[in-house]
Design a protein around this ligand. Structure first.
Ligand code: 2RA
Length: 343
């Protein structure tokens, strides 16, 4: 069986990657529609040797579509969700618009694939930092429940979009030329600098990005009382996010056991050379599907805790790849049409 696919936000950093991944993974496509804002309509993009023209999104653009892979931001997803649902298409949404809606499954296929079967027409793709963390923590949590997660992120420019990636390059050139960098997309200069994630702060002092890591991880793990605290930081890296994670368990977790578990986990690659101090780096994670994990070590300050470090391509596993994997999961389980009962 083949499926009629639409990519909403086709010309963005994630949309462009979705297109490549669909081709690379040979997704069973009957028809492919590229949708974007009127500003991008008319551009051509290549898919499997064919030039496809980007169309302006409209209410009837979703007719005769089976799966919409959306990555155009929350307000765009909210604007079109009704038209998508009305047309009978399934929405796999990369934005944060529906992630915490109890009726919308939030899925990382390696972690909670069964949640996908409860969809009512929309499935949400988690935030990039959450997906990457879940990939490393879930396999350990399966063996011994994690009690508390302390995470610090080192987030690349790609998380703020393709234009932020360009801005980082331009800023680096300006600074090397002795000029003042002029941030337009990013709030502050990023080249040769870093800054705490600039998403809105709540009254507790956490920013939205940090609270996404808290709330989304709890939802994906089905562990409402899991303790998570996060500090999210934007760093001058182009497109792979890194995370330093401290995990506290109910009882001690042997480092060697954790290493063996992660080595055998799908979608994870252990990268550790203690002789050469070679561990995951964003440049090695860039363009790769696996989340690179390493520096797994006993927390010297807490016998119940381990420390680890990871890097993952924010655009691939952190967004586009996870969305395509959700679509593949639905296809393989024959779940493209909703089966969840009304409650
Ligand atoms: C970031 N939240 O700021 C974005 C990516 N989803 O990196």
């Amino acid at each position: 069986q083949t499926y009629r696919i639409a990519i909403l936000g086709a010309t963005g950093a994630v949309g462009t990657e979705i297109l490549k991944i669909l081709e690379h993974r040979n997704f069973p496509i009957a028809d492919l529609k590229l949708l974007a804002s009127p500003r991008s309509a008319g551009q051509t993009m290549s898919f499997a040797g064919e030039a496809l023209t980007v169309e302006a999104v409209s209410a009837d653009a979703f007719e005769n579509v089976d799966i919409v892979l959306a990555s155009a931001g929350g307000s765009i997803s909210k604007t079109w969700v009704e038209s998508i649902t009305r047309s009978g298409a399934l929405l796999v949404d990369n934005s944060s618009a529906f992630r915490m809606d109890p009726q919308v499954p939030l899925v990382v296929p390696e972690v909670n694939p069964d949640a996908a079967s409860l969809h009512r027409g929309t499935i949400a793709n988690p935030n990039c930092t959450t997906i990457l963390m879940a990939m490393a923590v879930w396999p350990l949590h399966q063996v011994q429940p994690v009690r508390r997660i302390v995470v610090s992120t080192y987030q690349s420019a790609s998380g703020a979009g393709a234009r932020a990636m360009e801005e980082l390059k331009t800023q680096a050139r300006s600074i090397l030329d002795g000029e003042e960098p002029k941030p337009e997309i990013l709030p502050y200069p990023l080249a040769f600098n870093l800054f705490p994630h600039n998403s809105p702060l709540d009254e507790s002092g956490y920013c939205e990005e940090e609270m996404k890591m808290v709330n989304e991880t709890r939802k994906i793990f089905g562990a409402g009382d899991l303790k998570v605290t996060a500090t999210c930081v934007r760093v001058p890296v182009l497109r792979a996010h890194s995370e330093a994670i401290n995990l506290e368990f109910d009882s001690p977790f042997a480092v060697e056991a954790a290493r063996e578990i992660l080595e055998a986990s799908p979608g994870v690659k252990l990268v550790e050379n203690w002789q050469t101090n070679y561990f995951p780096m964003p440049i090695d994670a860039t363009g790769r599907d696996e989340v690179l994990v390493g520096r797994i070590r006993q927390d010297l300050s807490n016998p119940l805790a381990l420390d680890l470090w990871l890097c993952g391509d924010q655009i691939r596993k952190g967004a586009a790849l996870n969305a395509v994997q959700i679509a593949e999961l639905l296809v393989s389980r024959n779940l493209v049409k909703p089966t969840a009962l009304e409650v």
